[in-house]
Design a binder for this molecule. Structure first.
Ligand code: BES
Ligand code: ZN
Length: 828
């Protein structure tokens, strides 16, 4: 578990003459270093007097005996390092195949972990070509960004020399070696695509991702108008992986659940996940790899863009999935809920310290909100101008670095619109507007206000709001705080067509709001509009502008809703309502009775058995309905779930994949004899990533404290719970109100272990984030603050703790304020 290497770096020294040359390194031992200068007269070697490791700066400083003048230099350093059980730098993945322990070695260099592997400059702007030679065990596959150009063996070692990479940022370099197997394909243009996994996964489980991998490259070739720049694209599923996937150029790495699709058992939702992750990472091969942000403050150029491209590409590859409905339901809702907290970051954010980079990757902001904003822009410019602009951007900046302004400039050239002044406020201001439409006959006034769940903290910031009205009399943009106009046609207007704009709408006049609700009921509104209408109402309630009782009343107009995305928000509203149970347990029965009745129409339509020609959406909707049925103890559904569990034990193909997790959950929740132990054993023995995560979801639903204690007791045992699953086990238990206290105690008691294990990991800041998302009472809010406030100094956690405190404060006030109307609603 050690490594050694040598690195030769060629480059130019610029700036003032000095005795010192500095590189990044972290945790390495630098054994020797040489400095050579090249000029017209030849080479001159300088004696290195001192190699100074600056721990607190992650640097190695080479001090020469004399001054080094600007010019061309070559540095050579020999170094050694240790391989740790963390999921960054050079790291091991441990797994067992047929009872035999195995290990493969992988790398994760984004954001600034290349310095843990070799002395280098690993800031995005420092682009270079890389020539990698890897010495690894004989008989294993050795992969890197580029194809191997030469492979030899010597003393049981395999020496692989890889082709030179294109000019690229250091964080994109990668290698993997170990016992793997693969499936291969080719794009129309001859790019070799391979999908890889350990032999724990049947070879067919690599087919789906391979198909997406091939077709997505073909799609992006066409969409971006620039051919995929390498000759191969490998996709590797790794047993240990901190995030979801990583876009290393030509060697994309994944968490197993994000690449592997078992044709027999993987559900539609998981296939969608795999398709969007693969397209996300492939989009980065252009946006991010070919053209890279200059510095991490423009991380959105990478991630927001890849986020929206997940949908553009997946929709092109699988048109009948209706994936854009999930865009609004997932990215739209997640971004608005986060973006309405006081203290939230803007999409474009200043970064000072490298340790802050981790918390920059806020999925709700840099991914979801940024993706929403780019989609809003795409809509504003039109797809043709947008794509034309991208082509200009790639042609001008390929192999270079950019800021947002470079993208705006290209898009402005293509569209003739002033893109920077439209987008800058959206990107640099946190939050979004509440747009109030006040219409009395022909008299119309539209105004915008900064929306926060704690309105006291809102200020007078405004945005250029695309009003997206179907009515030609309404201006395109609201650029001021308020506009008033007299309409020719006094019919009630609608804005935010198809919920494309990142804002929420309130129709102030009750008759107007009612008319819109009727349009939702008659499905005149599009699925995305129906979804957003309900979501807007629940956000407005959180801020105290209306009551959550009104949201529930609005819900009644959705009895005929038949889309999966519509039911996602219905289920979310019900989940919001269930938060009130923590304040008044007696409400639970009434809520369940409401749900049983509310799901009936869709339950009758869909039943338990998939129809042969049903849409992918209906398959997913069935799961939502059955899951609500199980929760609400709908007698027929509950009985079906318990019977299905018994059937599953005899024949594990008897339950359709989309419903499997619900069946497991029902058995655990209802404490069916032997179910918990049976499922826990299955969890320990299976290597199927989907099944594993479904089992995690089910086991953590137990109402019994002794079960929760058993699960918590496994968390620190790495042979039972992989490091990358620790946060999921904890948050699922925190969500379960029957055992929440136990999980919260565990989190506090084991914080030192969490800190030690996850410090420096991208997922470290998810602990305060998840905890805040699950609490509903003043007491837990106080305990949260008491526990986390002293940890605010940790820059990796500061942001999520600050937001967690705000989120809880607002939620407690909201739940206390709206308890009475919600009680009234469910009593009726
Ligand atoms: N570049 C990121 C992964 C990453 C970010 C690694 C920061 C290390 C530090 C990658 O492209 C990504 O966005 N992955 C997502 C999955 C995606 C499909 C939403 C992730 O890992 O969550
Ligand atoms: Zn990404």
């Amino acid at each position: 578990m050690t490594f050694s290497g040598s690195v030769t770096i060629k480059g130019k020294k610029v700036g003032r003459p000095s005795e010192r040359i500095t590189l990044h390194q972290k945790g390495l031992k630098v054994i020797s270093a040489t400095i050579t200068r090249h000029d017209k007269k030849g080479n001159q070697t300088f004696e290195v007097e001192r190699i100074n490791l600056q721990k607190s700066y992650d640097e190695v400083r080479l001090h020469a005996k004399e001054k080094l003048f600007p010019g061309a230099y070559t540095l050579t350093l020999e170094f050694e390092g240790a391989i740790h059980e963390v999921m960054h730098g050079i790291y091991p993945c441990n797994y067992i195949v047929d009872g035999v322990k195995k290990k493969l070695i992988a790398t994760q260099f984004e954001s600034h972990h290349a310095r843990e592997a070799f002395p280098c400059i690993d800031e995005p702007e420092a682009k270079a070509t890389f020539d990698l030679t890897l010495i690894s065990p004989e008989g294993e596959y050795a992969l890197s960004n580029m194809p191997a150009k030469k492979q030899t063996t010597k003393n049981n070692k395999q020496i692989t020399v890889f082709e030179t990479t294109p000019k690229m940022s250091t964080y994109l370099l990668a290698f993997v070696y170990g016992e793997l197997h693969f499936k291969a394909g080719k794009t129309k243009d001859g790019v070799t695509v391979r999908t890889w996994a350990t032999k724990n996964h049947p070879i067919e489980s690599l087919d789906f991702a391979l198909d997406v991998g091939v077709r997505a490259i073909e799609f992006f070739n066409d969409y971006y108008g620039v051919p995929y720049p390498l000759t191969k694209a490998d996709h590797v599923a790794l047993p240990d992986f901190s995030s979801g996937a990583m876009e290393n150029w030509g060697l994309i790495t994944y968490r197993e659940s994000c690449l592997i699709v078992d044709p027999a058992t993987t559900s539609q939702s998981m296939k969608e996940r795999v398709a969007t992750v693969v397209t996300h990472e492939l989009s980065h091969q252009w946006f991010g790899n070919l053209v890279t942000m200059q510095w991490w403050d423009d991380l959105w150029l990478n991630e927001s863009f890849a986020n929206v491209m997940e949908y553009v590409a997946t929709d092109a590859l699988f048109p009948d999935w209706q994936i854009w409905n999930s865009f609004v339901g997932q990215e739209g809702l997640s971004s608005q809920r986060r973006d309405s907290l006081p203290g939230v970051q803007s999409v474009r954010t200043v970064v000072n310290h490298p340790d802050e980079i981790g918390s920059l990757f806020d999925p709700s902001i840099v991914y979801a909100k940024g993706g929403r904003l780019l989609n809003m822009l795409m809509n504003y410019l039109g797809t043709d101008a947008f794509r034309k602009g991208l082509k200009i951007y790639f042609d001008k900046h390929a192999y270079g670095n950019t800021t947002g302004d470079d993208l705006w400039e290209a898009l402005s050239t293509a569209s003739g619109k002033d893109v920077a002044s439209f987008m800058t406020p959206w990107l640099t201001r946190s939050g979004f507007p509440l747009v109030t439409v006040d219409q009395a006959g022909p008299q119309l006034s539209i105004s915008q206000q900064h929306f926060l769940v704690d309105p006291v903290q809102a200020d007078d910031r405004i945005w250029p709001v695309p009003l997206l009205s179907d009515d030609a009399q309404v201006p395109q943009l609201l650029e001021t705080g308020e506009l008033s106009t007299a309409l020719e046609n006094p019919a009630y207007i609608r804005i935010n067509h198809d919920a494309v704009g990142h804002y929420i709408v309130r129709y102030a006049e009750p008759a107007h709001a009612d008319a819109i609700a009727q349009l939702a009921e008659s499905k005149t509104l599009t699925p995305s509009e129906r979804l957003m209408l309900l979501s807007d109402s629940s956000l407005v309630a959180r801020a105290g502008i209306a009551s959550f009782g009104e949201t529930l009343a609005l819900l009644k107009h959705y009895a005929q809703e038949d889309t999966e995305s519509g039911w996602d928000i219905i289920a979310l509203s019900i989940a919001d309502a269930r938060r009130f149970i923590d304040l008044d347990e007696s409400m639970e029965d009434d809520i369940k009775a409401f749900i049983r009745q509310f799901i009936q129409i869709q339950f009758e339509r869909l039943g338990f058995v998939p129809k042969e020609d049903e849409s992918a959406e209906d398959g997913k909707l069935r799961a939502t309905i059955i899951s609500l049925g199980v929760y609400s103890e709908h007698p027929e559904i509950k009985q079906w779930a318990l019977d299905s569990f018994e059937a599953y034990k005899k024949d594990d193909t008897s339950v359709v994949s989309e419903l499997r997790s619900i069946v497991f959950g029902a058995a655990v929740r209802n404490d069916v004899a032997g179910a918990f132990d049976y499922l826990l054993k299955l969890e320990e023995s299976t290597s199927n990533p989907d099944l594993k995560s479904e089992l995690l979801g089910a086991l953590t639903l137990s109402k019994l404290p002794e079960r929760a204690t058993e699960l918590l007791g496994r968390i620190k045992d790495s042979s039972k719970v992989r490091q990358h699953d620790v946060d999921a086990w904890i948050v699922y238990l925190l969500r379960n109100r029957y055992v929440r206290d136990l999980a919260w105690d565990w989190l506090r008691d084991n914080w030192e272990w969490i800190e030690k294990t996850f410090e420096g990991d991208k997922g470290y800041d998810s602990f305060p984030r998840y905890a805040a998302s699950t609490f509903n009472t003043r007491q837990l809010a106080d305990e949260y603050e008491a526990f986390f406030e002293p940890k605010l100094k940790d820059v990796a956690l500061t942001r999520n703790i600050t937001l967690g405190i705000e989120e809880l404060a607002a939620r407690v006030v909201w739940l206390e304020r709206d308890l009475a109307p919600v009680q009234d609603f469910f009593k009726q």
